[in-house]
Design a protein around this ligand. Sequence first.
Ligand code: NAD
Length: 474
Amino acid sequence: MSDPISNELSFSQNVNYLVDRAIAAMDLEEDTAAAIKACASTIKVTFPVKIRNKIEMFTGWRSVHSTHRLPAKGGIRYAPYVNQDEVEALAALMSYKCALMDIPFGGSKGALLIDPGKYTRDEMQMITRRFTVELVRKGFLSPSTNVPAPDVGTGQREMAWMADTYKHLFPEDINYQACVTGKPVQHGGIRGRTEATGRGVQYAIQEFFRHPADVKQARLTPGLAGKRIVVQGFGNVGFHAARLLSSEDDAKIIAVIKSEGVLVDENGLDIQALHDHLIEHKTMKGFPHARFHEDGVKALEMECDILIPAALESQITCDNADRIQAKLIVEAANGPLTYEADKVLSDKGITIIPDIYANAGGVTVSYFEWIRNLSHIRFGRMQRRHEEMRSHEFAQLLEDLTGQIISDEIRKRVIRGAAEEDLVNSGLDDTMRLGYQQLSEILHRHDKIHDLRTAGYVIAIDKISRTYLDIGVY
Ligand code: NAD
C-alpha cells in the first residue's frame, strides 16, 4: 500500500496502513501477510423488539478477524454511531493485541447500533437478550469459539444478561459462564476485571518509566510522580486510569475531557470526587476548584507531560496533530490517532504507547476470568490458607532462631496469603511489564523500526505468521 493522500481513511484502512508499515520492516511473504490482514467473517443481524407497544428494529454486527487461536475474543460496543467498518477494524486490533500480549485468543469485536440513554433498564435487558440469541444461533457467541466482553456503552450488567441468555439456550453446557467475560463477580466474574483496562494503562506507564533511555527520548524527567496528565474520556477506562495514576503514583490529572467539555485544575483534580460529582449532577459543571470550558477537543492540545485518550477512535487527526504538545501519548482507547496523525506526531518526536499494548489490560484479565470459569474455582482458593500457615511457621522459626519478636503488624502483613484480586493484579502487572519489555527491546535492536507501534505490530504479526507457517493453511 502506498501512503494515503487524504484525511478520510476509514478506521479499518487506518489499521491496515499501520499493519503495512510493520510488514515493510519484516521479512514476510506477501501471501502470508494478506492472510493475516484479512477479516475472516462478519455477520450483520437485524431483529425486532417490542418497546412500549411498538416494534422497533435493531441492527448489530459481530466480526471475527482471526481464528488462528480460539476462542476469538473482543468487546461488544453499544453506540448510536457504530458501523461494520469500525467493528472490523476493532476486531483486527484484537487479533494483534492478543498476539502481542501472548493471550491465546483470536480477534473479534461486536456492536449494536443503539443509543442506550433512550431506553429503560428493562428495555435494555430485552434488547440485549434478543441480540445474544442472534449471536448464539449464528455461531458468534460460545465459550469455545467466540467470547465477548464489555466495551463502550456496555458493562457488567450486559455481560450478565448475555451469560444468562446463553445458559438458558444451553443448560447442559457446564462451561456456560465462560461464554462472556467482564461479568459481575457474583455471576462468574473475576475480581479486578472492571478496572483492569485502566489498571493496565497505569502498569504500562509505570513500566515505561522503568526504561530510562525511553523516558529520555520522550524528553521527560525520570519518575511518574508529579507528571501532568490530560485524560480524554471518563468512562470505565479513563476513570480508573486517572484514579489509579493519581491515587497510587502521585501523578497530577490536570484535565479531564468529556463530550460536554473539559475540566481543568493545574493542581490536579480529585478524581474520586469528580466521579461522585458526575453521579450526583450528571455534568462536570459546578465541580469545585476547577475551570470548565466547553471546547473539549481543543483541550487535547494542552501543554502536559502525558496525554491519555480514553474515549473513542480518530480523536487526533492530521487536523490537530501538529498542535499536540504532550511528550508522551498513551492510547487507552482503540485507534484514537489516525494513521496520518501518528506520522505527524512521531515526526515531532512525541512518544506514542500504542493501543494494542496500552489497553491490553482488559483482555488480559478477561483471559484470567475465562480460565477461572473453565476451571470452576476462584484463583487462590486452594492455596491461600496453606500459604498463610507456612508463612506463619517461618515467622515463628525466625523468632525462635533470633530471639526477637516480630511485631503483630509486620507478622500480619508478611503471612497474609494472596487473595484473588492480588493474583489478578500480579498477573496483569507481569503481562504489562513483559509486553513493554518486548516493545522496547525490538525498538532498540531493529534498525528498520522507529516507533513502539510498529514494534508492536511486528511482534504480533511475527507470532501470528508463525502459527500459519507451523500448522499450514488448509
Ligand atoms: P465507556 O463507554 O465506559 O466510556 C467512554 C467515555 O468517553 C465516556 O466518558 C464518554 O463520555 C466519553 N466520550 C465519548 N465521546 C467523547 C468525545 N467526543 N470526547 C470526549 N469524551 C468522549 O467506554 P470505555 O469502556 O471506557 O472505552 C473507552 C475506549 O477504551 C474505547 O476506545 C474502547 O474500545 C477502549 N477499550 C475499552 C476496554 C474495556 O475494558 N472497557 C478495553 C480495551 C479498550
